[in-house]
Design a binder for this molecule. Sequence first.
Ligand code: SAH
Length: 193
Amino acid sequence: MVSNPIRVTSLAGEFIKSVIKPGDIVVDATAGTGQDTLLLAECTGASGCVYAFDIQEEALKIIQDKLVIKGVESFVTLIHQGHETMKEVLESKGVMNNTVKAIVFNLGYLPGGDHRVATSGTTTLMALDGALKLLAPQGIITVCLYPGHSEGLRESEKVLNWCESLEKPFVAHHFQTLNRKLPPTLVIIQRMR
Ligand code: SAH
C-alpha cells in the first residue's frame, strides 16, 4: 500500500528498475545527493557502468564516500562537469551513441544546498539533445521537473515543448498530480527501436 503521496522521484525509480538489466551502461545527469546514482549502480551491478554528472564538487565528494560504503565505486564514474557536455564526455570515454540504457535527470537545486546552483532550461535542453543520441533502443530518459520556483517553471515549459516535438522512434509521456499547485512532474522518454 502507498500511504504517502506518490513522489515523482519514486515513480521514476520504478521505471528505471523495470528497464535496467545487469551489465547496462547508464547515466545520472544530476547526481545531487547520489540517491539515483546508487539506485542505478544497484540495477547495473558490477558488470555495468554508471556515469554521474554534477557541477558541484562538494556533492560529488559526498557521493564518492557513499559509493565506497556500498562497494560500488569500481563501476561508477563521477564526472565534475555540466551535463550539457554529456555526449562529448562519454564519447571520450569510449561510450558510443545508441548504447546507454537509461539517463536520469532530477532537475532544480539540491534541497538544503545553494539554490543558485540550479539546472537551467538552455543547458538542460543541450543535455537532453545529447541524451537522445546516446540512448539505446528500448532505453528510457526520466526527467523530474520542479515548476514551483521561477527558473524551474521556465525550464519545465522548455522541456515539455521540446518533448512535444520529438519524433519516432521516441515516445514522450508526462505524469503529474492534478489537485496541487505547480507540483513536481515526471517526463519519461522511451526509445522504441
Ligand atoms: N530538485 C531535486 C534535487 C535536484 S538536485 C529535489 O528536490 O530532490 C540537482 C543537481 O543538479 C544539483 O546537485 C546541482 O548541482 C546539479 N546541477 C545543476 N546544473 C547542472 C548541470 N548543468 N549539469 C549537471 N548537474 C547540474
